[in-house]
Design a protein around this ligand. Structure first.
Ligand code: SAM
Length: 255
């Protein structure tokens, strides 16, 4: 699936909706990046380098790994074009079975790449390769947004899956674990992570009823873009509402 999407993947981030998501992801990430540029960063399931490229531009050294050779080909071309190949080590590997030694990285990022991981192998591997005192940033599918959007199609299945922790849902892209913000916190704390914060990301433009014509547009009114960013950043942190976002991003420290 990702091999087929590789050439078009970056196009999404040129639309209003994609640009909002990318901006918000970065606004949050910036607060956690250490000043020391010598740290070792892993961008797991890093795709075409949406995160690795700006990190490398900032002077960090990054290991970018992904299961899809085509996504990695696009990433390599982009790094080459920007003269950043010396900053980014690109390798093919499965996040559920990483070929790095325990405690290799100071900062581990894995955004939006955990399909078909119904046993939670990827988060365990990501924690394993994080150094003690290092930071982990991981996207998880938000249980409440997922069950709300699927309820109508199969109420029996949704009601029974809500009760199990973690619950598993599926869509045409595969099967995946869904967790509520509270369950994410408990799950990671049991795995030896001190949870620093959990944000609700992606899907806010639907909650805000922004018309599809604007979401798909490649040009936009700058004032409205900035207003949307401001609103989304508020929603992403607000405990009473972050359960409505499509993904949760956890920031935690390995104890
Ligand atoms: C939505 S893209 C996200 C890419 C990047 N993290 C970003 O935020 O732009 C999902 C990526 O996860 C990768 N992926 C999915 N399952 C994976 C696995 N088990 N191991 C490594 N990569 C995986 C896909 O190949 C794809 O590049």
């Amino acid at each position: 699936m990702w091999n087929n999407r590789a050439c078009r993947y970056d196009e999404y981030y040129k639309t209003f909706q994609g640009a909002i998501e990318h901006y918000v992801d970065w606004e949050i990430l910036k607060n956690f990046l250490p000043k020391n540029k010598k740290i070792k960063i892993l961008d797991a399931a890093g795709g075409t380098g949406r995160i690795s490229l700006p990190l490398a531009k900032m002077g960090y050294s990054v290991t970018l790994c992904d299961i899809s050779p085509k996504m990695l080909e696009v990433a390599e071309l982009k790094m080459q074009r920007e003269g950043l190949l010396d900053k980014v080590k690109i390798c093919k590997c499965d996040t559920r079975n990483l070929h790095f030694k325990d405690e290799t990285f100071d900062f581990v990022i894995s955004w939006d790449g955990n399909i078909d991981d119904t046993e939670g192998l990827a988060p365990k591997e990501l924690i394993r390769v994080t150094k003690k005192g290092g930071i982990i940033s991981i996207f998880l599918v938000n249980k409440w947004a997922a069950v709300i959007s699927s309820f109508n199609k199969n109420p029996d299945k949704i009601l029974s899956s809500i009760e199990s922790i973690p619950s598993c849902l599926e869509d045409p892209e595969g099967r995946y674990i869904v967790l509520s913000p509270e369950e994410v916190k408990n799950w990671f704390e049991e795995e030896g992570i001190k949870v620093i914060d959990i944000y609700g990301v992606c899907g806010w433009t639907d909650v805000l009823h922004i018309p599809k014509k604007i979401l798909d547009s490649h040009t936009w009114d700058e004032k409205f873009f900035k207003q949307t960013i401001k609103m989304v950043l508020k929603l992403s942190k607000e405990p009473s509402i972050k359960g409505l976002s499509r993904h949760l991003v956890l920031y935690g420290e390995k104890l």
